[in-house]
Write a protein that binds this ligand. Sequence first.
Ligand code: PEP
Ligand code: MN
Length: 264
Amino acid sequence: LTRDFHPRPSIIRLGSGLRIGKDLAVIAGPCAIESRDQLMKTAKLVVDAGANILRGGAFKPRTIHRSFQGLREDGLKLLAEAREKFGIPVITEIMDARDIHLFVEYDIDIWQVGARNCLNYTLLDALAEMKNPKPVVLKRGDHVSISEFLGAALRLYDGNTKVILCERGDKTVDPVYRNVLNLNNVAWLKKRYHLPVLVDPSHGTGVRQIVPDMALAGIAAGADGLMVEVHHKPEEALCDGAQSLSADFKKLTPLVRQVFELRR
Ligand code: PEP
Ligand code: MN
């Protein structure tokens, strides 16, 4: 995966025409899909703000198993509906190889492997063995070294070259933050390797107030795009409200404008 063998950055083209690795990718949406009303409202705000990929979790890897686990297949269905309605590609997390058929059925544009499954080799191998694979975003686990991360990426890459890396922070002892966004990794991965790199300042901080600044810092460090969590009513979100920007024009729209300006 190093630039020694592949000097030019990899470019991954989506059906929408967006070239990840060349065009700035701005992924925004709720942590979890909660209802049709919530997803459609948020999707409209996300599209109007100028983001170019819609996110929304249908299968949620929650710390406490009694908390909201996501709408599962119904969530995928809603996400596919939002894609048709707003003409925007969608990304959602796959947690289990047994759900692959559902992701195929709803034709999910980008499949996310979350931080918790970053080193889940059976899941990665199942994805790498797919016949017509979609692009995969691989999020770095909060304890995962660069070499482990690249090992995981290579496992996917040997079956599916459409691999996109995502930095979402290291664990920290400081209770102010959920994680600390590791911008060293963004700069290092971009300098040394050819895969596109995204930053997720939402999970990388856990704190809404600093998400826009850390998003800009990630782009300044060389990231090819962002993943940010937004909600039309963050204080009522079923998951990750504290790190979600309100999906209105006060926060998301200026951020999207600023990242595009910074990238130019
Ligand atoms: C997410 O993006 O919804 C998510 C669960 O992120 P992570 O895997 O980085 O915790
Ligand atoms: Mn989340």
